[in-house]
Design a protein around this ligand. Structure first.
Ligand SMILES: Cc1ncc(COP(=O)(O)O)c(C=O)c1O
Length: 442
Protein backbone atom coordinates (compact mmCIF):
# COMPACT_ATOMS: atom_id res chain seq x y z
CA UNK A 1 0.00 0.00 0.00
CA UNK A 2 1.24 3.43 -0.85
CA UNK A 3 0.37 5.94 1.85
CA UNK A 4 -0.86 9.42 0.89
CA UNK A 5 2.51 11.07 1.46
CA UNK A 6 4.19 8.70 -0.93
CA UNK A 7 1.41 9.15 -3.42
CA UNK A 8 1.93 12.90 -3.28
CA UNK A 9 5.68 12.53 -3.71
CA UNK A 10 5.13 10.26 -6.62
CA UNK A 11 2.70 12.61 -8.28
CA UNK A 12 5.23 15.41 -7.97
CA UNK A 13 8.04 13.24 -9.24
CA UNK A 14 5.85 12.10 -12.04
CA UNK A 15 4.77 15.59 -13.02
CA UNK A 16 8.33 16.85 -13.16
CA UNK A 17 9.31 13.87 -15.29
CA UNK A 18 6.25 14.38 -17.45
CA UNK A 19 7.58 17.81 -18.24
CA UNK A 20 11.06 16.56 -18.93
CA UNK A 21 9.90 13.76 -21.15
CA UNK A 22 7.14 15.79 -22.76
CA UNK A 23 4.68 12.99 -22.09
CA UNK A 24 0.91 13.18 -21.69
CA UNK A 25 0.50 11.13 -18.58
CA UNK A 26 -2.28 11.09 -16.02
CA UNK A 27 -0.64 10.70 -12.61
CA UNK A 28 -3.79 10.58 -10.53
CA UNK A 29 -3.40 7.08 -9.32
CA UNK A 30 -0.67 4.67 -8.47
CA UNK A 31 -1.42 2.42 -11.45
CA UNK A 32 -0.64 5.30 -13.74
CA UNK A 33 2.48 6.14 -11.80
CA UNK A 34 3.62 2.57 -12.03
CA UNK A 35 2.83 2.60 -15.72
CA UNK A 36 4.79 5.80 -16.15
CA UNK A 37 7.78 4.45 -14.31
CA UNK A 38 7.52 1.21 -16.21
CA UNK A 39 8.17 3.07 -19.44
CA UNK A 40 10.90 5.32 -18.12
CA UNK A 41 14.51 4.43 -18.50
CA UNK A 42 15.91 3.36 -15.15
CA UNK A 43 18.55 6.12 -15.16
CA UNK A 44 15.85 8.81 -15.32
CA UNK A 45 14.15 7.66 -12.11
CA UNK A 46 17.21 6.77 -10.07
CA UNK A 47 17.46 10.23 -8.51
CA UNK A 48 14.04 9.94 -6.88
CA UNK A 49 14.93 8.16 -3.76
CA UNK A 50 11.70 6.96 -2.28
CA UNK A 51 10.17 3.66 -1.37
CA UNK A 52 7.98 3.44 -4.42
CA UNK A 53 10.84 3.88 -6.83
CA UNK A 54 12.98 1.49 -4.85
CA UNK A 55 10.26 -1.14 -5.03
CA UNK A 56 9.80 -0.51 -8.68
CA UNK A 57 13.52 -0.89 -9.36
CA UNK A 58 13.66 -4.03 -7.31
CA UNK A 59 10.83 -5.48 -9.38
CA UNK A 60 12.53 -4.49 -12.57
CA UNK A 61 15.85 -6.00 -11.48
CA UNK A 62 14.00 -9.13 -10.48
CA UNK A 63 12.48 -9.29 -13.98
CA UNK A 64 15.97 -9.13 -15.41
CA UNK A 65 17.23 -12.23 -13.58
CA UNK A 66 17.97 -15.25 -15.76
CA UNK A 67 15.17 -17.78 -15.46
CA UNK A 68 15.66 -21.47 -14.96
CA UNK A 69 12.37 -23.12 -15.87
CA UNK A 70 11.32 -26.46 -14.50
CA UNK A 71 8.80 -28.46 -16.53
CA UNK A 72 7.29 -30.99 -14.17
CA UNK A 73 5.58 -33.01 -16.90
CA UNK A 74 8.91 -33.52 -18.69
CA UNK A 75 10.47 -35.01 -15.57
CA UNK A 76 7.43 -37.23 -15.04
CA UNK A 77 7.69 -38.38 -18.66
CA UNK A 78 11.41 -39.19 -18.34
CA UNK A 79 10.92 -41.04 -15.06
CA UNK A 80 8.10 -43.07 -16.64
CA UNK A 81 10.34 -43.78 -19.62
CA UNK A 82 13.19 -45.10 -17.45
CA UNK A 83 10.85 -47.10 -15.27
CA UNK A 84 9.15 -48.68 -18.27
CA UNK A 85 12.22 -49.59 -20.27
CA UNK A 86 15.19 -50.07 -17.94
CA UNK A 87 15.45 -53.74 -16.93
CA UNK A 88 15.58 -53.11 -13.20
CA UNK A 89 15.02 -50.56 -10.47
CA UNK A 90 15.28 -46.81 -11.03
CA UNK A 91 17.09 -44.60 -8.54
CA UNK A 92 17.97 -40.90 -8.95
CA UNK A 93 21.42 -39.32 -8.51
CA UNK A 94 20.42 -36.32 -6.40
CA UNK A 95 23.67 -34.48 -7.13
CA UNK A 96 22.52 -33.73 -10.67
CA UNK A 97 19.79 -31.43 -9.39
CA UNK A 98 18.54 -31.38 -5.82
CA UNK A 99 15.94 -28.61 -6.22
CA UNK A 100 12.98 -29.19 -3.95
CA UNK A 101 10.56 -29.16 -6.90
CA UNK A 102 12.56 -31.99 -8.50
CA UNK A 103 12.62 -34.15 -5.38
CA UNK A 104 8.93 -33.49 -4.70
CA UNK A 105 7.99 -34.43 -8.27
CA UNK A 106 9.97 -37.66 -8.06
CA UNK A 107 8.41 -38.45 -4.71
CA UNK A 108 4.89 -37.84 -6.06
CA UNK A 109 5.84 -40.05 -8.98
CA UNK A 110 6.55 -42.79 -6.45
CA UNK A 111 10.33 -42.97 -6.73
CA UNK A 112 11.65 -44.57 -3.56
CA UNK A 113 15.43 -44.93 -4.20
CA UNK A 114 17.99 -42.12 -4.23
CA UNK A 115 21.75 -42.02 -4.75
CA UNK A 116 23.04 -39.46 -2.27
CA UNK A 117 26.57 -38.11 -2.07
CA UNK A 118 26.41 -36.28 1.25
CA UNK A 119 24.46 -35.76 4.45
CA UNK A 120 22.97 -32.59 3.00
CA UNK A 121 21.48 -34.55 0.12
CA UNK A 122 20.20 -37.15 2.61
CA UNK A 123 18.48 -34.40 4.58
CA UNK A 124 16.95 -32.96 1.41
CA UNK A 125 15.43 -36.30 0.39
CA UNK A 126 14.50 -37.26 3.94
CA UNK A 127 12.61 -34.00 4.51
CA UNK A 128 10.35 -34.88 1.59
CA UNK A 129 10.07 -38.61 2.22
CA UNK A 130 11.44 -39.98 5.52
CA UNK A 131 10.95 -43.51 4.19
CA UNK A 132 13.03 -43.00 1.04
CA UNK A 133 15.78 -45.57 0.54
CA UNK A 134 19.15 -43.87 0.50
CA UNK A 135 22.22 -45.24 -1.26
CA UNK A 136 25.36 -43.57 0.06
CA UNK A 137 27.32 -44.07 -3.16
CA UNK A 138 30.09 -41.60 -2.49
CA UNK A 139 33.10 -43.72 -1.45
CA UNK A 140 34.74 -40.83 0.39
CA UNK A 141 33.20 -40.23 3.82
CA UNK A 142 34.35 -39.29 7.29
CA UNK A 143 33.57 -41.57 10.19
CA UNK A 144 31.09 -39.01 11.52
CA UNK A 145 29.33 -38.89 8.16
CA UNK A 146 29.03 -42.68 8.12
CA UNK A 147 27.58 -42.71 11.64
CA UNK A 148 25.15 -39.89 10.89
CA UNK A 149 23.99 -41.55 7.68
CA UNK A 150 23.25 -44.77 9.57
CA UNK A 151 21.79 -43.27 12.75
CA UNK A 152 19.97 -40.16 11.49
CA UNK A 153 18.87 -41.17 8.02
CA UNK A 154 18.54 -44.92 8.37
CA UNK A 155 20.97 -45.42 5.48
CA UNK A 156 21.70 -49.11 4.93
CA UNK A 157 23.54 -49.02 1.58
CA UNK A 158 27.19 -47.95 1.43
CA UNK A 159 29.65 -48.05 -1.43
CA UNK A 160 33.35 -48.92 -0.99
CA UNK A 161 36.20 -48.87 -3.50
CA UNK A 162 39.22 -49.90 -1.41
CA UNK A 163 40.04 -52.35 1.34
CA UNK A 164 41.07 -49.53 3.66
CA UNK A 165 37.75 -47.68 3.21
CA UNK A 166 35.91 -50.93 3.76
CA UNK A 167 37.79 -51.40 7.03
CA UNK A 168 36.91 -47.82 8.05
CA UNK A 169 33.25 -48.38 7.21
CA UNK A 170 33.09 -51.65 9.11
CA UNK A 171 34.84 -50.23 12.20
CA UNK A 172 32.54 -47.22 12.24
CA UNK A 173 29.31 -49.13 11.71
CA UNK A 174 30.34 -51.61 14.42
CA UNK A 175 29.91 -48.79 16.92
CA UNK A 176 26.36 -47.97 15.73
CA UNK A 177 23.12 -49.08 17.43
CA UNK A 178 21.78 -52.41 16.21
CA UNK A 179 24.47 -52.85 13.54
CA UNK A 180 24.53 -56.23 11.89
CA UNK A 181 26.25 -56.88 8.50
CA UNK A 182 23.31 -58.85 7.03
CA UNK A 183 21.29 -55.64 7.34
CA UNK A 184 23.84 -53.63 5.37
CA UNK A 185 24.13 -53.64 1.59
CA UNK A 186 27.70 -53.20 0.47
CA UNK A 187 28.20 -51.94 -3.09
CA UNK A 188 31.76 -52.54 -4.31
CA UNK A 189 32.71 -49.95 -6.89
CA UNK A 190 35.26 -50.84 -9.52
CA UNK A 191 36.61 -48.87 -12.46
CA UNK A 192 37.84 -49.63 -15.95
CA UNK A 193 39.60 -47.13 -18.23
CA UNK A 194 37.23 -44.50 -19.61
CA UNK A 195 35.36 -45.54 -22.71
CA UNK A 196 36.25 -43.33 -25.68
CA UNK A 197 32.58 -42.45 -26.12
CA UNK A 198 32.09 -41.05 -22.62
CA UNK A 199 32.46 -37.31 -22.20
CA UNK A 200 33.51 -37.36 -18.56
CA UNK A 201 36.12 -39.71 -17.10
CA UNK A 202 34.94 -41.38 -13.89
CA UNK A 203 37.65 -44.01 -13.77
CA UNK A 204 40.49 -42.14 -12.06
CA UNK A 205 39.12 -40.64 -8.91
CA UNK A 206 37.01 -43.59 -7.80
CA UNK A 207 36.85 -47.32 -8.25
CA UNK A 208 38.93 -50.33 -7.23
CA UNK A 209 40.74 -52.25 -9.91
CA UNK A 210 39.30 -55.69 -10.66
CA UNK A 211 41.64 -57.48 -8.23
CA UNK A 212 40.94 -55.22 -5.29
CA UNK A 213 37.18 -55.39 -5.98
CA UNK A 214 37.46 -59.18 -5.83
CA UNK A 215 39.40 -58.99 -2.55
CA UNK A 216 36.80 -56.69 -0.95
CA UNK A 217 33.97 -59.02 -1.96
CA UNK A 218 35.78 -62.07 -0.58
CA UNK A 219 36.40 -60.39 2.76
CA UNK A 220 32.88 -58.93 3.01
CA UNK A 221 31.37 -62.33 2.31
CA UNK A 222 33.12 -63.78 5.36
CA UNK A 223 31.49 -61.00 7.41
CA UNK A 224 27.99 -61.63 6.05
CA UNK A 225 27.31 -58.36 4.28
CA UNK A 226 24.71 -58.25 1.51
CA UNK A 227 26.81 -57.85 -1.62
CA UNK A 228 26.58 -55.96 -4.85
CA UNK A 229 28.79 -54.32 -7.46
CA UNK A 230 28.59 -50.87 -8.96
CA UNK A 231 30.46 -48.77 -11.53
CA UNK A 232 30.11 -45.54 -13.49
CA UNK A 233 30.93 -45.65 -17.20
CA UNK A 234 31.51 -41.87 -17.34
CA UNK A 235 28.90 -39.20 -17.71
CA UNK A 236 27.21 -38.61 -21.09
CA UNK A 237 28.36 -41.97 -22.40
CA UNK A 238 27.36 -42.42 -26.02
CA UNK A 239 28.01 -46.11 -26.37
CA UNK A 240 26.02 -49.03 -24.89
CA UNK A 241 29.18 -51.09 -25.32
CA UNK A 242 30.63 -49.42 -22.22
CA UNK A 243 27.84 -50.94 -20.11
CA UNK A 244 28.35 -54.31 -21.74
CA UNK A 245 32.06 -54.28 -20.84
CA UNK A 246 31.42 -53.24 -17.25
CA UNK A 247 28.64 -55.77 -16.64
CA UNK A 248 30.85 -58.48 -18.12
CA UNK A 249 33.55 -57.39 -15.66
CA UNK A 250 31.02 -57.67 -12.81
CA UNK A 251 30.57 -61.29 -13.79
CA UNK A 252 34.33 -61.84 -13.85
CA UNK A 253 34.87 -60.22 -10.44
CA UNK A 254 32.03 -62.05 -8.68
CA UNK A 255 32.95 -65.44 -10.21
CA UNK A 256 36.56 -65.08 -9.14
CA UNK A 257 35.51 -64.00 -5.65
CA UNK A 258 33.00 -66.87 -5.59
CA UNK A 259 30.27 -64.70 -4.14
CA UNK A 260 26.57 -64.49 -4.86
CA UNK A 261 25.60 -60.96 -5.77
CA UNK A 262 22.30 -59.49 -4.64
CA UNK A 263 22.46 -56.51 -6.95
CA UNK A 264 24.35 -54.76 -9.72
CA UNK A 265 24.04 -51.01 -9.91
CA UNK A 266 25.02 -49.76 -13.37
CA UNK A 267 25.30 -46.16 -12.17
CA UNK A 268 24.50 -43.15 -14.30
CA UNK A 269 26.25 -42.09 -17.48
CA UNK A 270 23.23 -42.32 -19.80
CA UNK A 271 23.26 -39.63 -22.48
CA UNK A 272 21.00 -36.61 -22.82
CA UNK A 273 20.52 -34.24 -25.75
CA UNK A 274 23.28 -31.66 -26.44
CA UNK A 275 24.61 -29.84 -29.49
CA UNK A 276 27.29 -32.49 -29.90
CA UNK A 277 24.93 -35.46 -30.03
CA UNK A 278 23.98 -36.96 -33.37
CA UNK A 279 20.32 -37.11 -32.48
CA UNK A 280 18.37 -33.90 -32.59
CA UNK A 281 15.32 -34.36 -30.44
CA UNK A 282 14.03 -36.05 -27.33
CA UNK A 283 12.40 -38.85 -29.30
CA UNK A 284 15.67 -39.91 -30.95
CA UNK A 285 17.50 -39.49 -27.62
CA UNK A 286 15.00 -41.95 -26.14
CA UNK A 287 15.40 -44.34 -29.08
CA UNK A 288 19.11 -44.33 -28.29
CA UNK A 289 18.46 -44.99 -24.59
CA UNK A 290 16.27 -47.95 -25.57
CA UNK A 291 19.34 -49.41 -27.32
CA UNK A 292 21.33 -49.00 -24.12
CA UNK A 293 18.64 -50.78 -22.10
CA UNK A 294 18.44 -53.53 -24.69
CA UNK A 295 22.21 -54.16 -24.41
CA UNK A 296 22.01 -54.14 -20.61
CA UNK A 297 19.11 -56.62 -20.66
CA UNK A 298 21.00 -58.95 -23.00
CA UNK A 299 24.24 -59.00 -21.04
CA UNK A 300 22.31 -59.34 -17.78
CA UNK A 301 20.55 -62.44 -19.13
CA UNK A 302 23.84 -63.82 -20.45
CA UNK A 303 25.65 -63.70 -17.12
CA UNK A 304 23.24 -63.38 -14.21
CA UNK A 305 20.25 -65.23 -12.87
CA UNK A 306 17.07 -63.49 -11.76
CA UNK A 307 18.31 -63.35 -8.17
CA UNK A 308 20.67 -60.54 -9.12
CA UNK A 309 18.64 -57.34 -9.14
CA UNK A 310 19.72 -54.63 -11.55
CA UNK A 311 19.54 -50.93 -10.73
CA UNK A 312 20.42 -47.69 -12.48
CA UNK A 313 20.89 -44.26 -10.93
CA UNK A 314 20.87 -41.66 -13.71
CA UNK A 315 21.30 -38.00 -12.96
CA UNK A 316 21.84 -36.32 -16.31
CA UNK A 317 19.54 -38.35 -18.57
CA UNK A 318 16.67 -38.19 -16.09
CA UNK A 319 16.72 -34.52 -15.21
CA UNK A 320 18.35 -32.72 -18.18
CA UNK A 321 15.24 -32.51 -20.39
CA UNK A 322 13.12 -31.05 -17.58
CA UNK A 323 14.78 -27.61 -17.42
CA UNK A 324 15.57 -24.71 -19.71
CA UNK A 325 17.55 -21.55 -19.02
CA UNK A 326 16.15 -18.28 -20.36
CA UNK A 327 18.86 -15.64 -20.69
CA UNK A 328 18.63 -12.04 -21.85
CA UNK A 329 21.11 -10.20 -24.05
CA UNK A 330 22.48 -7.24 -22.09
CA UNK A 331 24.86 -5.87 -24.68
CA UNK A 332 25.42 -6.38 -28.40
CA UNK A 333 28.82 -5.59 -29.93
CA UNK A 334 27.76 -5.86 -33.49
CA UNK A 335 31.09 -5.00 -35.09
CA UNK A 336 32.80 -7.95 -33.39
CA UNK A 337 29.78 -10.23 -33.44
CA UNK A 338 29.86 -10.45 -29.63
CA UNK A 339 26.97 -10.78 -27.19
CA UNK A 340 26.88 -10.41 -23.42
CA UNK A 341 24.22 -12.43 -21.60
CA UNK A 342 22.84 -12.11 -18.08
CA UNK A 343 24.12 -15.62 -17.26
CA UNK A 344 27.23 -17.56 -18.15
CA UNK A 345 29.69 -20.22 -17.14
CA UNK A 346 29.62 -19.27 -13.45
CA UNK A 347 25.84 -19.65 -13.50
CA UNK A 348 23.76 -22.22 -15.30
CA UNK A 349 26.25 -22.88 -18.12
CA UNK A 350 29.22 -24.19 -16.13
CA UNK A 351 29.26 -27.59 -17.83
CA UNK A 352 29.54 -26.08 -21.32
CA UNK A 353 32.78 -24.49 -20.17
CA UNK A 354 34.14 -27.69 -18.66
CA UNK A 355 33.25 -29.89 -21.63
CA UNK A 356 32.48 -28.48 -25.08
CA UNK A 357 30.42 -31.58 -25.78
CA UNK A 358 28.01 -30.58 -23.06
CA UNK A 359 27.07 -27.30 -24.76
CA UNK A 360 23.28 -27.18 -24.71
CA UNK A 361 21.02 -26.74 -27.71
CA UNK A 362 19.28 -23.37 -27.77
CA UNK A 363 16.81 -21.15 -29.49
CA UNK A 364 16.88 -17.42 -30.10
CA UNK A 365 13.82 -15.37 -29.21
CA UNK A 366 13.79 -11.92 -30.77
CA UNK A 367 11.84 -10.28 -28.00
CA UNK A 368 13.24 -6.80 -28.58
CA UNK A 369 13.25 -6.97 -32.37
CA UNK A 370 10.73 -5.46 -34.74
CA UNK A 371 9.22 -8.89 -35.07
CA UNK A 372 8.85 -10.21 -31.53
CA UNK A 373 7.83 -13.59 -32.85
CA UNK A 374 11.20 -14.41 -34.37
CA UNK A 375 12.33 -17.63 -32.84
CA UNK A 376 14.99 -19.79 -34.35
CA UNK A 377 17.71 -22.25 -33.52
CA UNK A 378 21.14 -22.85 -34.99
CA UNK A 379 19.62 -24.39 -38.12
CA UNK A 380 17.91 -21.21 -39.32
CA UNK A 381 20.54 -18.75 -38.10
CA UNK A 382 23.01 -17.04 -40.38
CA UNK A 383 25.82 -15.70 -38.25
CA UNK A 384 28.36 -16.85 -35.68
CA UNK A 385 28.46 -14.90 -32.43
CA UNK A 386 30.79 -15.13 -29.44
CA UNK A 387 28.81 -15.38 -26.22
CA UNK A 388 30.06 -13.83 -22.98
CA UNK A 389 28.55 -14.13 -19.52
CA UNK A 390 27.90 -11.18 -17.20
CA UNK A 391 30.93 -11.41 -14.88
CA UNK A 392 34.22 -9.54 -15.21
CA UNK A 393 36.20 -12.73 -15.75
CA UNK A 394 37.47 -13.04 -19.34
CA UNK A 395 37.05 -16.83 -18.99
CA UNK A 396 33.31 -16.27 -18.75
CA UNK A 397 32.70 -17.10 -22.40
CA UNK A 398 31.10 -20.09 -24.07
CA UNK A 399 33.73 -22.26 -25.77
CA UNK A 400 31.79 -22.54 -29.02
CA UNK A 401 30.43 -19.63 -31.05
CA UNK A 402 26.65 -19.69 -31.49
CA UNK A 403 24.78 -19.48 -34.78
CA UNK A 404 22.25 -16.70 -34.42
CA UNK A 405 20.45 -14.21 -36.68
CA UNK A 406 22.51 -11.32 -38.10
CA UNK A 407 20.43 -8.64 -36.40
CA UNK A 408 20.25 -8.91 -32.67
CA UNK A 409 19.01 -6.36 -30.17
CA UNK A 410 19.67 -5.71 -26.54
CA UNK A 411 16.79 -7.39 -24.69
CA UNK A 412 16.47 -10.31 -27.10
CA UNK A 413 16.60 -13.72 -25.45
CA UNK A 414 18.44 -16.99 -25.80
CA UNK A 415 16.86 -20.06 -24.29
CA UNK A 416 19.18 -22.98 -23.55
CA UNK A 417 17.30 -26.26 -23.59
CA UNK A 418 17.79 -29.48 -21.68
CA UNK A 419 19.93 -27.92 -18.95
CA UNK A 420 18.47 -29.69 -15.92
CA UNK A 421 21.64 -31.58 -15.02
CA UNK A 422 24.50 -29.95 -13.09
CA UNK A 423 23.29 -26.39 -13.83
CA UNK A 424 21.39 -25.19 -10.77
CA UNK A 425 23.51 -27.64 -8.78
CA UNK A 426 26.84 -26.06 -9.79
CA UNK A 427 25.77 -22.45 -10.28
CA UNK A 428 27.90 -19.98 -8.29
CA UNK A 429 27.26 -16.40 -7.20
CA UNK A 430 30.62 -15.20 -8.56
CA UNK A 431 30.65 -11.40 -9.05
CA UNK A 432 27.15 -11.34 -7.56
CA UNK A 433 25.60 -12.98 -10.63
CA UNK A 434 24.21 -16.50 -11.02
CA UNK A 435 21.03 -15.74 -9.10
CA UNK A 436 18.80 -17.92 -11.25
CA UNK A 437 15.07 -17.43 -10.85
CA UNK A 438 13.42 -20.82 -10.60
CA UNK A 439 10.08 -20.90 -12.39
CA UNK A 440 7.92 -23.98 -11.99
CA UNK A 441 5.82 -24.86 -15.02
CA UNK A 442 3.53 -27.78 -15.68
C1 LIG B 1 27.83 -42.57 -7.94
C2 LIG B 1 27.16 -41.81 -9.03
N1 LIG B 1 26.02 -42.29 -9.54
C3 LIG B 1 25.35 -41.64 -10.51
C4 LIG B 1 25.81 -40.45 -11.02
C5 LIG B 1 25.03 -39.75 -12.09
O1 LIG B 1 25.70 -39.76 -13.29
P1 LIG B 1 25.06 -39.13 -14.59
O2 LIG B 1 24.69 -37.75 -14.27
O3 LIG B 1 26.12 -39.26 -15.62
O4 LIG B 1 23.85 -39.94 -14.94
C6 LIG B 1 27.01 -39.91 -10.54
C7 LIG B 1 27.53 -38.66 -11.07
O5 LIG B 1 28.48 -38.08 -10.61
C8 LIG B 1 27.70 -40.61 -9.50
O6 LIG B 1 28.83 -40.14 -8.98
Amino acid sequence: MIDSLHLKQNRLACLSKQKKLGQEIDCKNSANIADTLEHMPVHSILKNDNRFIKNHLENQLDNERPEIRFYKSRLQARATFFQTHFPGKLSYAVKANSAECVLKTLNEFGLSHYDVASLVEMRQVHSINPDAILHYHNPIRSRTEITAAYQLYNCRRFVVDSLSEFQKLHDTLSGCDGFSPPNIQLAVRFAMPKHEDSVQDFSKKFGADLHEAEAILKLARTMDYVLGITFHVGSQCLSPEAYEKHITACHKISSRAEVELSFINVGGGFPALYQSTEYEDIKSNEDQLINFFHTIRQVKQRFFNTGVKFECEPGRALIAPAFSLLTTIKTVREENRELYLNDGIYGGLMEAYQFKDLTPIYRFIGEASENPMISCDSRCAEDEWTIYGPTCDPCDVLPLPMRLPSFIHEGDKIEFLGVGAYSLATSTRFNGYGDLKLIECE
